[in-house]
Design a protein around this ligand. Structure first.
Ligand SMILES: [Zn+2]
Length: 303
């Protein structure tokens, strides 16, 4: 891949030198060599943020799925396949999250595709042997994401090893703090209210880590969504547990949860980020901010 990029850069260089052959060739050469920084593409915005924390100034990171879309049923556009082709590495969550992207890429790309959840013990989907992919919602599991990402970056760019390792350790320190903060916040929620109801049942890892029962109208965004049977099951559950609030994800149509709210009287007390960060300026445009936002919304609704 790197070789292909060098050839590609060489072509640009020849073009630039050809265009500006009147004496500024040195400048052009410097700009062109800067392109040799690592170019990383990730499937989702959350992985892009985690990677940026590790890569620092040694490369650039871009992601595929826009912050308003779901990754589970995302189909790669031709331009995005090109984006992956020109990258040095494509980091995906794995555990089946990007099944459709992986199918589309098949064997048409030489770019290494790395599953950054490698080594994490998956929680299975309900009624299914397949893993639930939403491991990032447990902050401690991000440590494995970081190790997998850092290992690959070091392999691709050995000169950066010290920098990557130092960045990874600093980021882990921030995450340890976040993990501790979440555990403190949860204490303010009465135990009987520690039930998270969202549209997609994606909070299993979060629930296991921080002591919540977790429920969704449907199991995974690529499955059947919002059937009358699914809706009535959640309506019964919210009534039976007398839950003070339900929640909706930023990437999902509010109408399903709206029906549940109308039938139970439990308000939708906020929007949470599950599969994507917020857009710039939303106050949830990093992984850490996204988790802080979610916890505040849960606490506000359930206490
Ligand atoms: Zn999801």
């Amino acid at each position: 891949m790197l070789r292909k990029k060098i050839v590609f850069m060489g072509a640009i260089l020849i073009l630039l030198v050809g265009l500006f052959s009147t004496g500024c060739g040195d400048q052009e050469f410097q700009d062109a060599t800067k392109l040799s920084d690592l170019e990383v593409v990730t499937s989702i915005s959350i992985l892009a943020d985690i990677t940026e924390n590790i890569i620092g100034q040694r490369g650039s990171v871009d992601y595929i799925v826009s912050t308003g879309d779901n990754p589970e049923d995302y189909e790669l556009l031709p331009g995005e396949i090109q984006m992956v082709n020109y990258a040095d590495v494509f980091f995906i969550n794995g555990m089946g999250l990007e099944m459709m992207m992986e199918e589309a890429l098949g064997n048409i790309t030489d770019t290494p595709v790395v599953h950054v959840t490698e080594g994490i013990e998956p929680i299975p989907l309900e009624g299914d042997d397949a893993p639930d992919p939403h491991a990032w919602l447990d902050v401690k599991l991000i440590f494995s994401y970081i190790d997998n990402i850092a290992d690959k970056l070091i392999q691709l760019d050995p000169d950066g090893e010290n920098e990557y390792r130092e960045n990874a350790e600093n980021y882990k320190d921030e995450l340890k703090e976040l993990d501790g903060w979440i555990k403190e916040q949860v204490k303010d929620i009465p135990e009987k209210n520690r039930v998270i109801v969202v549209s997609e049942n994606a909070y299993k890892y979060f629930g296991e880590a921080y002591g919540f029962q977790t429920e969704g109208i449907w199991e995974l965004n690529s499955h059947e969504e919002g059937t009358p049977k699914q809706i009535s099951r959640i309506v019964d559950l919210v009534k039976e547990k007398e839950l003070p609030a339900v929640f909706v994800e930023t990437t999902i149509d509010r109408r399903y949860m709206g029906t549940i709210s109308a039938e139970t009287g439990a308000p939708i007390s906020g929007e949470v980020y599950t599969d994507a960060l917020g857009s710039p300026g939303s106050g949830a445009d990093t992984y850490i901010e996204m988790m802080e936002h979610n916890v505040k919304v849960f606490k506000e609704g359930l206490r």
